[in-house]
Structures are given as structure tokens and as C-alpha cells.
Design a protein around this ligand. Structure first.
Ligand code: SF4
Length: 403
């Protein structure tokens, strides 16, 4: 391990202020609450609780985030307490102290269609282990863990710590989106990921305690891997294997699959994978989803999967409700930040403008994958090559695709 090296971004001079369900953020349109949904998995009863909360406490809609979480906007002052009670009763807030740390992505359709193994038990076990460890309440709200069943979707999404199935019997630990060289079997993989999470906090403390992401630490990947390999923090339950640098795997830079439309499941049933235009689900759409399936999965590309259906006949209902199942639809290529009126920084109502451009077929850059933003911050920008459409106060500036 090299002993020194610059961090990949400047040191932070403040703690992150990521909103949570209890720690709400004051936006121009009221309080904003973010509810963590590990693995994007929501039961029907939880969908109904969220739909009711959106109507009775918020602006009637739910926003999907790029981490498969959800946001309620337009909450009245003081509503956070009641929201917290409702979420806790529905099993959506298992720990007040750890709520903002529970950013866990799992492969979409894992255990249902494709993949080398079922990553859902990893998500549940990691979440339980995280919430059970008081020290992990100190994780920054920007921390992200990914659990990829080998299909190469969420491993590409810039996780701080991740598991990537290489085969049904071998799992790689990824750190800051790259192979750490550490391996475990599926049964020991969660212990390895939790050990790496504790090692991140330990290394962060040594380096001043201000980093939000593992990639911000000097030699973060190597130092955290060395801490785990040296068992200075946490000890996975089974022997670890460390592979030489030349044998490490390439982690995909972009998700290898983003299902849209009807997907045959391994058990013969059907899943419907829909895009949610600009990531906003109405309460009526939430209720429809709850009527159709016992569980749905939110995706990191602001979509929703309705699994375990007898056939694809529910597609018509989803489309009628405003969801998109056509992989050629322009909605599959457009994202937007909150913009006006939700964000006081915004120079435009970017969501209305993006919607109008989709409806009349006038998306810029030939309809390429694009993100509309109300200011230079570009909140919610997806990873990978994306055209930026940035409000300037006198129209929009179109920036060339950047990764
Ligand atoms: S990109 Fe700017 S305008 Fe859009 S939500 Fe972020 S801060 Fe607000």
C-alpha cells in the first residue's frame, strides 16, 4: 500500500446535511423528507402508507431518487413527527439514529430474474447489521452501499462499499467503485461489507473526520482494504481471500442492464419494469402499484418494477396511469432536478420545461440522455455520459455530454 496520495476532492469543511425522514430539509415549497428504502423494496402496505402521507402531510406526490429512495415534499412545518410515527409503524424507519446512513442499492430484479445469486438477503442483513451497530450512526448521509448479484447494474453506481457476485460461490468487495481484491463466499460477504464500512469510518477519523465519501480519502481504497485485510476492524465470519492486483475484476462504469417493459421471471411469472417520468409518483399511481403486487422495487434510474405477475396484462393499467413501458420513449432519457417552485435557487421551472419538450418532441441534443437543472449544482444528475441542460435565467445552456 502506498503511504500517501491526494484525496480526490477537497476536504469538506462541514458535515453533510442530507435530509432524512426526521431530519427534514426546508425547501421553497415546504419541508422535504427523504425516506430510505434499502434495495428499493417496498411492500404494498408500505406503498399505501406513503401514498396517504403524501396526500395528508405533503403535496400529494412522491419523488424517486437516484439511490432508490423516496422523498415527500411540501410538508407543513411540524409534520415530520407524525410522518416519522407513520413510517416507523410501517417498518420504514427501523432506527432514528441510523436513518440517513441506510443508502443501500440492490440489483434490480435480483432473486426474480437473472443474476448469479439473490442479493436481497444481503440488503436485509447489511441493513440490520448497520442499524445494530451504534458506531455506524456516524456514517455520512452520502455513504452508499451497493449489492450487485453479478448482473453489473448497481455496482456501477459509485458505491463507497459494495458486494459484487463473481459466481454463485465467490463475491468481490468493491470500494469506491473498484475491486478491492478481497473475496468472500456469499455467506460471509455481508460481514466483509460491514467490516469495510467500519474501516471507512476508522480511516476517515484518522484523516480528519470530514470526508463524505470513501473516494475523498487519501488512498482511501487501499487504506480501507488494508484495514479490513489486517482485521483491525471487524472480522468476517469466514476466511477471506485476497487476490493479486492483476486478478482483480473490472467493475462496470455504467449499469449493464436497465430493464424496461415486460421481463420474464425465472419462475415463469412476469415483472413489469416502468420508467416514472421525471421520477415523480402520484398517490394514485402508488395506490395502483399497491393493488397490483405484494411488493415493488424502486430502481436507481427512477423507475419501478412490479414483479410476480401472472402475465403482462397489467401493462395497460400502468401506461394508462402515466408510467412508461416503452424502451424507446424519450422519458427513458430525461431527468430533472426539483427546479421551481420547489427550489429557491432555481432559475426556471425545469420540470415543466422538460415535460413540454418531451411532449412536443423538441428535446435538445437530438434527444440524447440529458439532465435538466435549475442551476449549476445539477442536483440529481445521473452517472455516465449525460448532456446537461442548465437554466441560465435567459434560457438554457446545453453542455456537451460528460461522464
Ligand atoms: S440543481 Fe439547483 S435548482 Fe436544481 S434542485 Fe439543485 S440547487 Fe435547486
Amino acid at each position: 500500500m502506498s503511504s500517501a496520495g491526494p484525496p480526490t476532492s477537497p476536504p469538506r469543511d462541514r458535515a453533510d446535511a442530507c435530509p432524512g425522514a426526521l431530519q427534514t430539509h426546508s425547501a421553497a415549497d415546504g419541508e422535504l423528507a427523504r425516506v430510505r428504502v434499502p434495495g428499493g423494496l417496498l411492500r404494498a402496505d408500505q406503498l399505501r402508507v406513503l401514498a396517504a402521507a403524501a396526500i395528508e402531510l405533503g403535496n400529494g406526490a412522491l419523488e424517486l431518487t437516484s439511490r432508490g429512495n423516496v422523498q415527500l415534499r411540501g410538508l407543513r412545518p411540524g409534520a415530520a413527527g407524525e410522518l416519522g410515527d407513520r413510517l416507523a409503524a410501517a417498518g420504514l424507519l427501523p432506527s432514528d439514529s441510523h436513518e440517513t446512513a441506510r443508502n443501500l442499492l440492490g440489483s434490480v430484479l435480483s432473486g426474480r430474474a437473472g443474476g448469479r445469486l439473490d442479493a436481497r438477503p444481503w440488503v436485509r442483513a447489511f441493513d440490520a447489521g448497520l442499524c445494530a451497530d451504534p458506531s455506524l450512526a456516524a456514517l455520512p448521509g452520502r455513504f452508499l452501499a451497493t449489492f450487485d448479484d453479478g448482473r453489473g447494474d448497481v455496482a456501477a453506481l459509485d458505491g463507497d462499499v459494495g458486494l459484487l457476485a463473481l459466481s454463485p460461490g465467490s463475491v468481490a468487495l468493491t470500494l469506491a467503485g473498484a475491486d478491492s481484491g478481497l473475496r468472500a463466499g456469499p455467506a460471509g460477504a455481508v460481514a466483509l461489507a460491514l467490516a469495510a464500512t467500519r474501516a471507512f469510518l476508522a480511516e476517515r477519523a484518522v484523516q480528519g473526520g470530514s470526508a463524505w465519501r470513501l473516494a475523498e480519502l487519501a488512498d482511501g481504497r487501499a487504506r480501507v482494504a488494508a484495514r479490513v485485510a489486517g482485521a483491525r476492524v471487524g472480522v468476517p465470519a469466514e476466511p477471506r481471500v485476497e487476490v493479486p492486483a492483476g486478478a482483480r475484476v473490472e467493475v462496470p462504469a455504467e449499469p449493464q442492464v436497465r430493464p424496461i417493459g415486460a421481463v420474464p421471471q425465472d419462475d415463469g411469472r412476469t415483472a413489469l419494469a416502468a420508467v416514472v417520468p421525471l421520477g415523480r409518483l402520484t398517490a394514485a399511481q402508488l395506490t395502483l402499484l399497491a393493488d397490483l403486487a405484494a411488493e415493488v422495487q424502486l430502481t436507481p434510474w427512477r423507475g419501478v418494477v412490479v414483479p410476480d405477475l401472472a402475465d403482462g396484462s397489467a401493462a395497460a393499467l400502468l401506461v394508462e396511469a402515466g408510467l412508461v413501458l416503452d424502451p424507446d420513449s424519450p422519458w427513458t432519457r430525461v431527468t430533472a432536478c426539483a427546479g421551481l417552485p420547489g427550489c429557491a435557487r432555481s432559475l426556471a421551472d425545469v420540470r415543466a420545461d422538460a415535460t413540454a419538450a418531451v411532449m412536443v418532441g423538441s428535446l435538445p441534443a437530438g434527444g440524447a440522455r440529458q439532465h435538466w437543472a435549475g442551476c449549476e449544482r445539477r442536483c440529481g444528475r445521473p452517472g455516465g455520459a449525460v448532456v446537461d441542460v442548465v437554466a441560465t435565467g435567459s434560457g438554457y445552456r446545453i453542455d456537451a455530454p460528460t461522464a
